[in-house]
Design a binder for this molecule. Structure first.
Ligand code: P5A
Length: 467
């Protein structure tokens, strides 16, 4: 799987019923029922986190060219990626309309109308929408798509710079909680100047390491400073009676979250889903013989009912096929716990539980403690997926003392840390000489020499092969 991860990833999406890429537009795919459930459960986690202190809104998908074009740097960053609507029926439109690649230029003209005084601040809103980017790099399902189908974008405005910096920290904490819930390990870094979001002061990014060692940017948080406020005239009357521009931030995660979930936890047998997002947390597999069939099925139904009453998602696979095939199917689909129940188990009043994250079979009595025992297994299974994934990440971050060491480390599947003086030209030189991307700054340091310039290092930075 590690050697040909891209192929594995492509196949699993089809085999496990996640998405179908045969839709006749490049970079756009269909969510199939099983994938849709995973998408729904993970979306609910981030939605609940955002709902704590953000208002959910919904803006139109089309943005007038005049608004999109207003913020020069921003539009430059996206100009090659915008899909345009130019006609309504047979008629040419007076002004062409962009399919939002992201929604700053849709939302901020409205912020300028809504924000009047300091009492209106902070404003914190989010929407979950589809966005369109005509990506020219190689498209890949969920990883680099032309229609992002679950763009969770949050946009805030504040009275002071300090508050906007605090908001960046709040977003970092929120995304940590989100990715922790999914057991997805991450590296957090400040993107270099040449890779920050177009129009932002600075960008903080979450990167996951996929099994082949390539990193995937799974979330970004941008401090927009006052750039957009000046462009869209977003001002407020402060306590001192003065009119001031707001400070803004925005943050977003996409379908890539599902890509990392699948890629990071999966194994040669298929998906391994964390219980929080698995469509079924428990799959009951009856072992049926002619004799005692009805009793076994009745007991399975009773177990399902008991577990569901305790808030679990449970299904019974009563298809008329060999049990072995059922086991394989649910291994492929990554259900966290399989419960096997045959006539002999029924006699002994037990069921056999199998966790997807390990091989062991566990006998569980069919008594009043059943739900508690299953919930305990689910918790353990989620924790162990997360722990395995964090171990993988930690084993795959290495430190290089010289530029020459980097290629070998990266080619053997690692992300590499190094000392950097922070100069932009030196950063470019490092990227050119190695052929990899500087992800960003992980921490500030007051020791060490820059790996390329030999000057005093200011930072520990990360470099990797990226998606
Ligand atoms: C933040 C939200 C923004 O667009 N505006 C509102 C800001 N940032 S971003 O970095 O450009 O995108 C946010 C995250 O979306 C993911 N992403 C993609 N996922 C799949 N396919 C794509 N083509 C794609 N482009 C961006 C990244 O995870 C990114 O961090």
């Amino acid at each position: 799987m590690v050697e040909n991860f891209d192929e594995w990833f492509h196949d699993i999406l089809e085999q496990a019923d996640i998405t179908d890429s045969r839709y006749p537009i490049k970079g756009m795919a269909v969510w199939r029922p099983y994938g849709f459930q995973i998408r729904k459960h993970s979306m609910n986690i981030i939605k609940n986190l955002l709902d704590k202190d953000h208002d959910e809104v919904l803006f139109p998908m089309l943005v007038p060219e005049s608004e999109l074009a207003k913020e020069g740097i921003h539009v430059k960053g996206f100009e090659d990626e915008v899909y345009w609507v130019t006609r309504g029926g047979q008629r040419e439109l007076n002004e062409q309309l962009a399919l939002r690649p992201t929604s700053e230029t849709a939302i901020y003209p409205m912020y300028s109308l809504w924000i009047r005084t300091h009492i209106d601040l902070p404003i914190k809103m989010y929407q979950i929408v589809n966005t369109f980017r005509y990506e020219t790099k190689h498209t890949r399902p969920l990883i680099r798509v032309r229609e992002i189908t679950t763009f969770k974008e949050a946009h805030t405005a504040h009275a002071t710079k300090e508050e906007s910096d605090e908001q960046i920290q709040d977003f970092i904490e929120m995304y940590k909680e989100f990715f922790d819930d999914l057991g997805i390990p991450y590296l957090i870094s400040k993107r270099p100047e040449w890779d920050k979001f177009p129009g932002s002061d600075y960008t903080m990014a979450f990167d996951a390491i996929m099994p082949n060692g390539k990193t995937l940017q799974i979330g970004t948080i941008h401090n927009l400073g006052q750039t957009f406020a000046k462009t869209f005239e977003i001002t407020f009357e402060d306590k001192d009676g003065e009119h001031k521009y707001v400070y803004q931030t925005c943050a977003g995660v996409s379908d890539r979250v599902i890509a990392s979930l699948i890629g990071i936890h999966g194994d040669d047998k298929g998906l391994r889903l964390p219980p929080k997002v698995s469509p079924n947390q428990v799959t009951i597999i009856p072992i049926l013989f002619k004799k005692g069939k009805e009793e076994v099925l009745a007991k399975c139904a009773e177990i399902k009912e008991t577990l569901e009453a305790n808030g679990l998602r449970v299904n019974i696979d009563d298809r008329d096929i060999r049990p072995g095939k059922k086991f394989n199917d649910w291994e492929l689909k990554g259900t966290p716990i399989k419960l096997e129940l045959g006539p002999r188990d029924l006699e002994n009043n037990i069921t056999i539980a199998m966790r997807r994250d390990e091989e062991e079979k566990i006998e569980i009595p069919l008594d009043d403690n059943l739900s508690d025992a299953i919930i305990d297994l689910l918790d353990k299974s989620g924790e162990s997926l997360s722990a395995q994934a964090w171990d993988f990440l930690e084993e795959h971050v290495k430190f290089a003392d010289t530029l020459e060491e980097i290629p070998e480390l990266v080619e053997s599947g690692n992300v590499v840390k190094f000392y950097w003086c922070g100069d932009e030209e030196v950063g470019h030189e490092i990227e050119e000489k190695t052929g990899y991307d500087v992800l960003g700054i992980q921490e500030e340091v007051s020791e060490g020499k820059c790996i390329a310039s030999g000057k005093d290092a200011k930072y520990v930075a990360l470099i990797a092969k990226t998606y």
